[in-house]
Ligand binder design. Sequence first.
Ligand code: V47
Ligand code: SF4
Length: 389
Amino acid sequence: MQTDISALIAAQQHEGLQAIGTKVLNHERLTPAEGLLLFTDAPLAYVGALANWKREQLHGNKTYFNRNFHIEPTNVCVFSCKFCSYSRLYAHREEGWELSIDQMLDIVKKYDGKPVTEVHIVGGVHPKMNLNFFADLLRQIKAYRPDLHIKGFTAVELDYMFRKAKLSVEEGLRVLHEAGLDSLPGGGAEIFDAEVRAKICHDKVDGEGWLAIHKAAHQLGMHSNATMLYGHYETYEHRIDHMEKLRQLQDETKGFNTFIPLKFRNENNEMSHIAETSVIEDMKVYAVARLYLDNFPHIKAYWPMLGRHNAQLTLSFGVNDLDGTIDDTTKIYSMAGSEEQSPSLTTVQLVGLIQQVRREPVERDTLYNEIKNYKDVDVATLAVNPLYN
Ligand code: V47
Ligand code: SF4
């Protein structure tokens, strides 16, 4: 493998790209200019091979997933992000839904006896659902099922909740952490650049605010993820700037687990005039992310948005994680035009997808502790066991 990649780098005619290849091979950090060059000048086959080499250095063939489910407390939102196909403006709240704590506990109870390890809680920003409401929800979930890892609330939801409660970020996070919040998902990051942000989501927390919330969470000992919404008004420079800010924070705190590029989907929102990116561009984003974010342990493809087949493809372009079974009422992506209309895969299906592209499926918990390796497991045998369906 080392010989193959060395030969590929040696055969590279573009001097700058060849130098990048050599740096990757020597585990040296890429500069912003080099990251940019990968976007502007690198053929997909070249950047993909480098990213795949890096991925295999870090994780071999292992491809992680977890058994999780989502809860969306509400789709009513006070904000008005132009790319959002999902929320109902607060002014039209009667068209949306709001779940009570009991209704959300009922969702948790549906998983009694099932080996899920994580609940992912994320939704719109509803003024009535305040810090006390969510602290109560967390306590009740933990009291009912203490072993369930709660990954919840984007920095957007947290920023609004804490400001309403007149608490600092540290104080607010401490309240939620003590009530049972274990880690933060990566949503709400979009693109940190202020000008692009003003065009696509002018009224929610800005880039600095997003980073400050994740930094504070890391300092409290919580882990988190980071996303990047790409394929709209942003330039390559904006993507590199976004990843550079994440890389700097990660150097400081080491609190990020996973980076998740999110492809902009253009149905049913106010940015429908923007054409979606090609699969080639998508794979390039994953590959550059793998190479640029040298201090992020994991790169995740969120299959409900990309579709299962493209998610399989990312496993050769730097990705080593496919999120989870999800089992959702999640409407964010289906409403935005993703291929996956009802996002839910059984463990058997996920293991099958990963094995089909000759990778090694590994079930993990939220913090990437390995639960079960399915390398030599026959999916047909697994399929007859109700615990995997
Ligand atoms: O921040 C909204 C995105 C995000 C669209 O941390 C859209 O494990 C594309 O962050 N096209 C929320 N994307 C979801 C999210 C997430 C999902 C799964 C796992 C994790 C994790 C995090 O959804 C938002 C926004 O960037 N989004 N609308 C759209 N039209
Ligand atoms: Fe609200 Fe999130 Fe949709 Fe923005 S993306 S409008 S914050 S639900």
